[in-house]
Structure formats: structure tokens, C-alpha cells
Design a protein around this ligand. Structure first.
Ligand code: ATP
Length: 319
């Protein structure tokens, strides 16, 4: 199978209609569907691949809207369940004038946090060639146990496990707890992707030198990636490592670029798993992922910016 199953949160970001304001100053907000694992599933489907999403939404208008967005984008929503009591998660997000992102989450608790072990679509998870997840679903029970259980099911069924911690400090009780819990599942993953910010958060060192990145390497891993924005990314595999520059684009909004990168890379890996052992093939897959991330950075929002395979190949050919 070439199916990528993505597990975790899907929510609505409310984004100011004007740029460079604080949340308090924003005159109005627009809905921007997101949640990193959902973005990854849609990225895979937009590229023409098989994708499914597993997670919980509120049994409310927003929840049903999000499930429809999955389906409209060709993502299998057979793993989506609805909570009768809790609302779909919301986040107010702004890019302030100083370049910092400001988040305000409405999760008290939100439906995504209430997914239980018993609600998992086991048959769907067992069909995964790659099972992908983040760390937000590790924060609170019962979702945390459901997440750990889903990882086990996928691994036992032979899936590769893919992990993008997607650190959101504000959601954790403390920095220490975030670090400990994010690292508690580090050894299970076959593929791990971190940003520069996450690398510094997890290692305590502000550097992307190889000896720092290698602190996050485990002998059980097949691939470790560090994304570097417009600089592309660095990659580490068992027998080789390197860096792949990205493509030159007019950056507008990087929201979703990391998810687009992950989706594209996973799409290539399920098409040819031997890419993980072959440096030349892996670099080709990473180029494709960089191009997918770069295109996503040229447009506002996450989901509307995710490219088709034709668009990605066009950027690669024109470079
Ligand atoms: P996120 O910002 O979504 O939480 P992230 O920090 O991993 O995640 P980035 O590093 O911004 O995301 O982007 C992921 C990938 O997308 C990069 O490794 C790069 O390949 C590509 N990319 C992002 N921004 C640009 C850009 N301005 N120009 C070219 N490529 C880009």
C-alpha cells in the first residue's frame, strides 16, 4: 500500500484580516482550517497520493466543515470521530509586526483531546504504509493513550512511523514537560523532522552543526531531517548525510510549509521506500519536498497553498 495515515489534531485557525497586528489590535479574523497532521494528509492527497486522517472533531458546524474539507481534498475520513460534548478546537493566530507568531488556543478541552483508544479505526491504521503524527496529541489524556496505542498498531502492522513534533509551547504545562514528553516517543520513529527552533528547544543548543543534530539521532532511525526555511534542509540517514538547498520563491506566508514538506517527502517514500537507503534517491525526494514547501510559502494560509504534483515538478524544472 502507498497509504499515508496521519494522526492528531484538525482545527480552525482564526487569522487577522490585516498583517502585522497583535491579536488585540486585529479588526477581524478569517477562518483558516489547519492542524499540522491534517495539513500533512491533505498535502499527500493534493500530490495524488492515498491519505487518511485519524482524529476527533466536535459534533458542531466547524467539525463537520473540517471533515468535509478532508473529503473534498480526497483524504479518507474513515478515522474521524465526533465528540457530542466538546467543541472543535480553535486557535487565534497572528504574525505580529516584530515577526513573532502569537497564538491563543481554545481547548478546554477541545474534541481532539478526547479521542479514546476505543474510538481508533484499527483497520484503517493497519493499512498505513506510513503512520505520521505530532506531539500535540501527547499533551493530555485520553488522546495521549490513543496516540500511543495507534503508533503500536501501525508499527506492528509494518508501517514506517513518521514524527514531526510541531512544538507549541503554550499548550504544554511547562517547557520541561514538553521536552520530556516529546522525547518520550523519540526512539519509536523511523523518520523524524524538526525545525531549527525545535532543534534548539530539544538540545538546548542554538546551532544546526552536525554534532548538535546528532544528539537527536537514534540508531533505530532511518531518517532525521532539520528544515531550515528558505535554506532548505539537512538530512541524516544511517549511512549518509547532507544538505539540500530549497528553491528561490517570493515568500508570502510560511504557514504550512513544514507540513507540505513532510507530506511531499512521505509521498515519495511510500512510492519508493528504497529512497531511505539510497542517497541519490533520497536527495531527489528531498528536492521534491523542498519545492513543495517553497510553493506553500508563496501563498497565504496552509491548505489553499498546498500544490499538486504538476506544480511541484514545474518549479523543479524551471530552477
Ligand atoms: P512550520 O513553519 O510549518 O511550523 P518548518 O519550520 O519546518 O515548519 P520551514 O522550515 O519554514 O517549516 O519550511 C519547510 C520547508 O519548506 C523548508 O525546509 C524549505 O524546503 C521550504 N521553504 C519554506 N520557506 C521557504 C522559502 N521562503 N523559500 C524556499 N523554500 C522554503
Amino acid at each position: 500500500s502507498e497509504l499515508v495515515v496521519s494522526f492528531g489534531e484538525m482545527l480552525i485557525d482564526f487569522v487577522p484580516t490585516v498583517a502585522g497586528v497583535s491579536l488585540a489590535e486585529a479588526p477581524a479574523f478569517v477562518k483558516a482550517p489547519g492542524g499540522a497532521p491534517a495539513n500533512v494528509a491533505i498535502a499527500v492527497a493534493r500530490l495524488g497520493g492515498g491519505a487518511a486522517f485519524v482524529g476527533k472533531l466536535g459534533d458542531d458546524e466547524f467539525g463537520r466543515m473540517l471533515a468535509a474539507i478532508l473529503r473534498d481534498n480526497g483524504v479518507d475520513d474513515g478515522g474521524v470521530v465526533f465528540d457530542a460534548g466538546a467543541r472543535t478546537a480553535l486557535a487565534f493566530v497572528t504574525l505580529r509586526a516584530d515577526g513573532e507568531r502569537e497564538f491563543m488556543f481554545y481547548r478546554n478541552p477541545s474534541a481532539d483531546m478526547l479521542l479514546t483508544h476505543a474510538e481508533l479505526n484499527v483497520e484503517l491504521i493497519k493499512r498505513a504504509a506510513v503512520f505520521h503524527y505530532g506531539s500535540i496529541s501527547l499533551i493530555a489524556e485520553p488522546c495521549r493513550s490513543a496516540h500511543l496505542h495507534a503508533m503500536e498498531i501501525a508499527k506492528e502492522a509494518g508501517a514506517l512511523l513518521s514524527y514531526d513534533p510541531n512544538l507549541r509551547e503554550a499548550l504544554w504545562p511547562s517547557r520541561e514537560e514538553a521536552r520530556t514528553k516529546i522525547l518520550s516517543i523519540w526512539d519509536q520513529a523511523d523518520i523524524v523532522k524538526v525545525s531549527e527552533v525545535e532543534l534548539e528547544f530539544l538540545t538546548g543548543i542554538d546551532s544546526v552543526e552536525d554534532d548538535v543534530v546528532m544528539k537527536l539521532w537514534r540508531p533505530t532511525m532511518k531518517l532525521l531531517l532539520v528544515t531550515l526555511g528558505d535554506q532548505g534542509c539537512k538530512y541524516y540517514a544511517r549511512d549518509f548525510r547532507g544538505a539540500v538547498p530549497s528553491y528561490k520563491v517570493q515568500q508570502v506566508d510560511t504557514t504550512g510549509a513544514g507540513d507540505a514538506f513532510v507530506g511531499a517527502l512521505l509521498r515519495r517514500i511510500v512510492q519508493d521506500p528504497s529512497s531511505l537507503q539510497d542517497q541519490k534517491k533520497l536527495e531527489e525526494a528531498i528536492k521534491f519536498a523542498n519545492a513543495c514547501g517553497a510553493i506553500t510559502a508563496t501563498k497565504k494560509g496552509a491548505i489553499p497553498s498546498l500544490p499538486t504534483e504538476v506544480e511541484v515538478l514545474k518549479l523543479m524544472e524551471s530552477a
